[in-house]
Design a protein around this ligand. Sequence first.
Ligand code: 13P
Length: 253
Amino acid sequence: MRTPLIAGNWKMYGSRERVGQLIADIRAQLDPNGRAELLVLPPFPYLGLVGSQLDGVPVDLGAQDVSAYSEGAYTGEVSAGMLADCGCSHVLVGHSERRTLHGESDELVAAKFIAAQAAGLKPVLCVGETLEERDQGQTEEVVQRQVGRVLQEAGIGAFSDAVLAYEPVWAIGTGRTASPVQAQAVHAVIRAQLAAEDATIAGQVRILYGGSVKPDNAAEILAREDIDGGLIGGASLQAESFMAIYRAANQVC
Ligand code: 13P
């Protein structure tokens, strides 16, 4: 049985004060008997602050992006080694906001995935189709292409130390969620793609769903067979809603 993971992607929101309060509130609502794992992904400047507040607390720390390079004259970039040095265990790669707003290609995302693992970080590989692609019946093809590029570059073995996240672009921040049936169908496609290479690894890898997950829809999404947790945007900015999703995960997974 895969352990559920609830990850909060704070995107470019927060301040020292808000972040401090959010972590204090999350800590206060942790369930010592809960099965679900928690991960928070603050903006870069708050990683140190959040990391120090999470010292000894069973909540993992991650970043939202990483450079494909290990070091050098890459102004504005942050390396995987630096993130690990600052206490991160995870990093998102290929979030749709990076792919669409910053033009990240499948090739670059694969390079970031490899760079993250080389520094000992667990990459959270995000994939998902746009509304146009879904309407044209290309969902499977797009998602398989995005996963396939990383498989090709990193190999199936790399997925034993990674997390996947299916985030349909049309469901992110729109209030429009993929139905549990739609989400499960894509998760199953991804798992089958991995299983064609290695059934054991495919059976163990966690595939999170992201896209307008809220306390009132979390339980029915998280109850699906191939959905192993959530990557939460908006609802992760308030401890009340984030921890309600965490409680739902503890109940249904
Ligand atoms: P929302 O939960 O705000 O739709 O964001 C999802 C997301 O992009 C998480 O990475």
